[in-house]
Design a protein around this ligand. Structure first.
Ligand SMILES: [Zn+2]
Length: 193
């Protein structure tokens, strides 16, 4: 899976109706050969946005050298997650930083299918990667604060500074989550949540 950092909104992406519009990366992410990726069609997946649920096309490319194929995922999606980055980022902010209940955080996130279980799964996914996440964040910010000023449950105690660092001074949390998701994906070969 390749996350494409091209500036395009959910609306624009869907309006185009074509998967070929996303730029191909210059190098194959697997074997690093230049200009080796060719388009080989698409697959479909559901995108749950704030107001609708749409079946979208995800373009695929294959490397002429190593023969490995990759999906070209627009920046606002997270691998294997139906919700857009914006919805997931808003949920994490409400649940972890603002300590809302699972149900309330899901509702406030704008998810059309505001299921508590789904939000709980996102938290669990982050929780399972806490060590990797901690190292990753520490390497980016070159520091890692363990200062806690509130008595929180165990998960919040550890995730709070991480999420705080992710969203610190960020006017647009979904762009920030997308950035970190891409970096995390590239460095650890797995999605952030
Ligand atoms: Zn290759």
């Amino acid at each position: 899976m390749i996350i494409v950092k091209q500036k395009i909104s959910v609306k624009e992406y869907l309006a185009l109706g074509l998967y070929v519009w996303l730029e191909k990366p210059k190098k194959c992410p697997t074997c690093k050969t230049e200009n080796s990726l060719k388009r080989i069609g698409y697959y479909t997946r559901w995108i749950c946005g704030k107001s609708e649920e749409i079946l979208a096309r995800i373009g695929r490319v294959q490397c002429k050298n190593c023969k490995i194929s990759h999906g070209l995922l627009p920046w606002f999606l997270i691998p294997r997650k139906q919700e857009t980055t914006e919805i997931i980022a808003r949920f994490l902010q409400f649940r972890i930083l603002e300590n809302m209940t699972l149900k309330k955080a899901m509702e406030e996130s704008g998810s059309k299918k505001a299921l508590r279980q789904k939000g709980a799964k996102w938290i669990t996914k982050l929780w399972e990667k806490r060590k990797k996440l901690k190292n990753y964040m520490a390497s980016i910010f070159n520091r890692f604060s363990t200062v806690m000023n509130k008595i929180l449950d165990e998960k919040r105690k550890i995730l709070y500074p991480l999420i705080h660092l992710i969203f610190e001074k960020s006017p647009d949390i979904s762009v920030t989550l997308s950035y970190h998701n891409e970096r995390f994906h590239k460095e650890l070969n797995q999605p952030l949540i």
